[in-house]
Design a protein around this ligand. Structure first.
Ligand code: PMP
Length: 346
């Protein structure tokens, strides 16, 4: 049994990782019938989870792309500015979240991207924006796409939560596929940390959609030159687990059912928290709790209220008021609602 265990195979992978994993990852995000894949315009390299994919993509752009400014949303995942700055890019911000509506600042976003220099890189959260839980609608995505393509802004998608937002892998990939369908170029960083629970395996992929198959071949060889001196080659175990699931239709279906169950549970926790605040008569409009998407809710609580909840109720969250919906259950939800009520009314 021990002798036959396939995980005992410990050879090096090639610089670009496990080829089958790369192919299946591109299909998962771009769609099995993606014309870009069929035309061999997509290069995919296995990287060290989402972070490593962003970093390799950032270094590649710093070396080979003509514009070194990357626009990131405010707010964004705290690691984004550090990853891109250390990769050699200059990080600037575009407006994203409107504290007044606790929703998308669409006009601010459009204004900021409209005034970005031609060809700038723009970091976009593919779905379930971290930390706000606020995503553009399909209509707004279409407007963002048109604006970006008209100014030759290069999309760099970060997909850390595919399947977590709606419970459907395809639906969560829709914004990305809209950008691929227009034939333009883009970068895509994928993580399997959340949607396959493979956090510690550090398994992810960077894909670059190129203008032609010929460019894709050259991009791949340059990506190898970025990766080789950074970590030589990626690990083997994680991508083997992912490929085993993605290649097998029965396991794949089982995974999608589990993903949907997780997403649905989060959505129902949103409703229950909203209802609990309503039944307590907590002042304010809490509808953003049900409108926001994915693992996180940006509650709108200020740092003083967050500190009060920590001291008086032992509820711990980031000081910007972000809570992880995945940490809520029927048992601890009333305690959280009591704490929010007390913080708001004190
Ligand atoms: N992007 C976003 C928006 C994230 O929230 C995370 C994880 N918190 C990541 C990327 C990367 O995570 P990992 O490197 O573990 O895949």
């Amino acid at each position: 049994m021990l002798i036959n265990d396939p995980s005992r195979y410990k050879e090096y992978l090639p610089i670009t990782g496990l080829a089958e994993f790369n192919k299946l990852s591109a299909k998962l995000i771009f769609g099995a019938d993606s014309p870009a894949i069929q035309e061999n315009r997509v290069v995919t390299v296995q990287c060290l989870s989402g972070t490593g994919s962003l970093r390799v993509g950032g270094e590649f752009l710093a070396k080979h792309y003509h514009e070194h400014t990357i626009y990131i949303p405010t707010p964004t995942w705290g690691n984004h500015p550090k990853i891109f700055t250390l990769a050699g890019l200059t990080a600037r911000t575009y407006r994203y979240y409107d504290p007044a509506t606790r929703g998308l600042d669409f006009n601010g976003l459009v204004e900021d991207l409209s005034s970005a220099p031609l060809g700038s890189i723009v970091l976009l959260h593919a779905c379930a924006h971290n930390p706000t839980g606020v995503d553009p609608t399909v209509d707004q995505w279409e407007k963002i796409r048109q604006l970006m393509r008209s100014k030759s802004l290069l999309p760099f998608f970060d997909s850390a939560y595919q399947g977590f937002a709606s419970g459907s892998l395809d639906k969560d990939a829709q914004p990305v596929r809209m950008f691929v369908a227009d034939g333009g170029e883009l970068l895509m960083a994928q993580s399997y940390a959340k949607n396959m629970g493979l956090y510690g395996e550090r398994v992810g992929a960077l894909s670059i959609v190129c203008g032609s198959a010929d460019v894709a071949v050259r991009v791949e060889s340059q990506l190898k030159l970025v990766i080789r001196p950074m970590y030589s080659s990626p690990p083997l175990h994680g991508p083997s687990v992912v490929a085993t699931i993605l290649r097998d239709s029965e396991m794949f279906n089982e995974w999608t059912v589990e993903l949907k169950a997780m997403a649905d549970r989060i959505i129902s926790m949103r409703q229950q928290l909203f209802d609990a605040l309503k039944s307590r008569g907590t002042p304010g409009d809490w509808s953003h709790i049900i409108k926001q998407i994915g693992m996180f809710t940006f509650t709108g609580l200020n740092s003083e209220q967050v500190a009060f909840m920590r001291q008086e109720y032992h509820i711990y969250m980031t000081s910007d008021g972000r809570i992880s919906m995945a940490g809520l259950n029927m048992k601890n939800l009333p305690h959280l609602a009591d704490a929010i009520h007390a913080a708001v009314t004190k």
